[in-house]
Design a protein around this ligand. Sequence first.
Ligand SMILES: NC(=O)c1ccc[n+]([C@@H]2O[C@H](COP(=O)([O-])OP(=O)(O)OC[C@H]3O[C@@H](n4cnc5c(N)ncnc54)[C@H](OP(=O)(O)O)[C@@H]3O)[C@@H](O)[C@H]2O)c1
Length: 249
Amino acid sequence: MQRLDGIRAVITGGTTGIGYAAAHRLIEEGARVILTGQNQGRIDDATARLGERAQGFLAQAESPEDASALADFVKTAFGGLDVLFANAGVAWPTPFDAVDLESLQRQMAINFAGPLFAVQKLAPLMGEGASVIFNTSNLNELGMPGMAVYSASKAALRSLARTLQTELEPKGIRVNTVAPGPVETPIYGKLDMPEEQLDAMAQQILAKVPAGRFGKPEEIAGAVAFLASPDSSFMRGAEVTVDGGWSSL
Ligand SMILES: NC(=O)c1ccc[n+]([C@@H]2O[C@H](COP(=O)([O-])OP(=O)(O)OC[C@H]3O[C@@H](n4cnc5c(N)ncnc54)[C@H](OP(=O)(O)O)[C@@H]3O)[C@@H](O)[C@H]2O)c1
């Protein structure tokens, strides 16, 4: 008997990075997983590598219509849902004096509105003992140049977890967040920065992390599996920070 036997999970943004590692870990512990992404090829590649307990669904994280379609798919495939890891997100570093409204709104739509609508559409399939997990960031409490909109989107998400807990408590659904520090994932390759600038940013980050290294996606997946499992049954509106000590030392 494994900790997550019989658990039915949805992971948004499960094609790469932390979402993929979480899918791998949840499946390893006995769960079935539906993962989403915005590219069918990457979804097919991820589900093929994860095996028969993984299914994919094409959905833009920021689209309420896609979240409704995802809920229909989950209902047909699983009949109900035990775990939602709302993980899909983007980081678009921009100095605050160069922020424009369009990119601000899009980043907030993906990182904040997306998880909100995912819960809104999927919570009706969830019941007593179910677990919602948001992926925030330790930057929701820290200042870092260029991260005004990203950090604010994650602070909004961290706040949302607390409010949703109060609204979902009567259904017995728990809402918690995992707050990673710097983790080696493809997200850094998507920052649209020249190599030297990326290296400089990595050095700037490393200087702040007592562990002296970036985390691995699997190290975040462990916290996600804990929050998904009954081992965290008394946790409500909490944040598990996994950042090599950056925010606390
Ligand atoms: N890596 C870090 O250092 C770090 C630190 C703190 C927090 N986080 C958070 O962790 C989460 C995952 O990031 P990661 O580092 O694992 O990055 P990643 O490897 O780039 O993965 C991002 C995932 O989200 C999906 N995604 C992005 N935009 C989407 C959209 N509009 N609609 C649907 N899916 C979308 C991607 O799908 P496609 O493959 O289809 O694009 C991919 O599956 C994010 O919320 C990020 O903010 C990361």
